[in-house]
Design a protein around this ligand. Structure first.
Ligand SMILES: [Mg+2]
Length: 221
């Protein structure tokens, strides 16, 4: 991994054509395009678990209905894996996401950069197509900064990164500081638990706000 990009991710990047003369929007999927927590709550219910909304994290907040005790950290990766297997293709879309991306796609290129496990990339793609967001998908592994730099390094127009997770903004700031970093958490209950990400350039709270912020920057270029 000499480039900082996982060996399973690089071939996906090589498949994507980026036009250096068009703005580029790189968007996360869960909690940005898809209502991840809505699906997660249903899934937890089906598994006699619940989310207790104490903080912005899965760890410590997934509890057993039987005795309220938190699910052990080591059980979370396999739970998440099962969640994606069962829900990646049928998570509800976030309100306004498809409509505003469609408008933005008249002036910008759009790429979905999701840390969905690669074996579920085709389910994620199915969900995107069903929801009217048939944009190129990268099933990323690990930090996002190097990937965002790879996609934007030759761009002559503004580029944007949208994500709910603060550490992803930190990674993009470190490796692709020229990119506008927009912090957005779709679920209002989750958004309340977290302030603006330290390394983001703006915190926005809806797709109409994201649209206007991005379009303003593009128009001022
Ligand atoms: Mg996300």
């Amino acid at each position: 991994m000499t480039t900082g990009i996982h060996e399973d991710v690089l071939p996906q990047l090589e498949d994507i054509t980026v036009n250096p003369d068009r703005p580029l929007i790189i968007t996360d999927a869960d909690e940005v395009l898809f209502a991840f927590m809505q699906g997660m709550e249903l899934f937890l219910e089906e598994n006699d678990l619940f989310f207790d909304w104490a903080s912005f994290a899965l760890h410590g907040n997934i509890r057993k209905k039987s005795d309220q005790s938190p699910l052990a950290s080591e059980k979370i990766p396999s739970l998440l894996d099962r969640f994606f297997a069962e829900y990646a293709h049928r998570l509800p879309a976030v309100e306004g996401a498809a409509e505003h991306l469609k408008k933005l796609s008249e002036t910008a290129q759009i790429v979905v950069l999701s840390n969905v496990p690669p074996k579920y990339a085709s389910l994620r793609k199915e969900g995107l197509v069903k929801s009217g967001m048939d944009f190129p998908l990268i099933a990323n592994i690990g930090a996002k900064g190097h990937v965002v730099n790879y996609l934007t390094k030759n761009l002559k127009k503004p580029s944007f990164f949208i994500d709910d997770i603060p550490t992803n903004h930190g990674s993009v700031r470190k490796h692709a500081q020229h990119v506008h970093r927009l912090h957005y958490i779709a679920d209002a209950r989750l958004a309340k638990l977290l302030g603006p990400a330290e390394h983001s350039t703006a915190r926005l709270d809806s797709w109409p706000e994201l649209h206007d912020h991005i379009q303003d920057i593009i128009d001022k270029e």
